[in-house]
Design a protein around this ligand. Structure first.
Ligand code: HEM
Length: 228
């Protein structure tokens, strides 16, 4: 009888694994965006610093972070495997034909938009996550409460126009990636039969748009607010 590892090794197994990790990462994006909105509060960073302090000190969240790392690594590895497999397979595999008929350009550029997001992620984690954990951040005092000043690190990063531009451009690619990725993920999980195909396709596009605009607006608004 086939065990779960041999199923994952099959072509459909890799696509399903990519879909599951991808859709899991989408839930992370929603939580991350909602948390980041507190950067826009007019409170000297209190809400955002309290939020990052909670995220960093809560044991349950730390355990979930392991899932996040596994999710990202799995998605990247399966993504490249599927991409290599599609290239080496028949000139037009079923999934290629379906993708091209539906969403040609977005489908064909998934590998490149994914790679750009990966490069972004390395720079992003170095600037924020690493600085917070292993750098020497200042301490912000709010009455009796004291937090590592993550808000200041983000504010200083987004006071550089080129850094803001880097974020905005990457968020366009993130939106492109999600636009095809979400509906393709639903299809790999067998949720997208003809009846729901259009709805799930629209859902993917709306999600991509909201994430792209949401994540791009934060650096823009912070730049505008603090540049003057
Ligand atoms: C406006 C855009 C964004 C801002 C301001 C932002 C801000 C931050 C900050 C401050 C941290 C460090 C939090 C901590 O150390 O606890 C962080 C971590 C992280 N960010 Fe972002 N982020 C943005 C967009 C993104 C995007 C688009 C992705 C994914 C494609 C992403 C993925 C991550 C990951 C994986 C972590 C590490 C996990 C974590 O600590 O929660 N971020 N981000």
């Amino acid at each position: 009888m086939a065990n779960s590892f041999s199923v994952i090794g099959t072509s459909i197994g890799k696509k399903v694994s990519m879909a599951m990790t991808g859709l899991f990462l989408c839930t992370f994006l929603v939580v991350h965006l909602v948390g980041n909105v507190s950067l826009l509060s007019d409170d000297g960073g209190l809400a955002f610093n309290a939020y990052t302090d909670f995220m960093r000190s809560n044991v349950l969240i730390r355990i979930m972070e392991i899932g996040l790392v596994v999710g990202f690594l799995g998605h990247i590895v399966f993504g490249y495997m599927v991409s290599i497999q599609n290239k080496g397979a028949r000139p037009k595999s079923y999934s290629n034909l379906a993708s091209q008929a539906n969403n040609g350009w977005f489908a064909r550029t998934m590998k490149w938009t994914g790679t750009l997001i990966l490069i972004f992620l390395v720079i992003h984690l170095k600037s924020f996550w690493f600085e917070f954990g292993f750098g020497d951040p200042q301490v912000a005092q709010y009455g009796d409460a004291a937090y590592k000043d993550m808000y200041l690190i983000v504010k200083e990063a987004f006071s550089n126009w080129w850094y803001v531009l880097f974020y905005v451009v990457t968020m366009v690619f993130l939106a492109f990636h999600l636009n095809h990725g979400v509906q393709s993920g639903f299809r790999s999980l067998g949720l997208s039969d003809t009846k729901y195909r259009r709805i799930l396709q629209s859902l993917g596009s709306v999600f991509a748009f909201v994430m792209g605009i949401g994540f791009a607006l934060i650096p823009i608004l912070m730049y505008v607010k603090h540049a003057s």
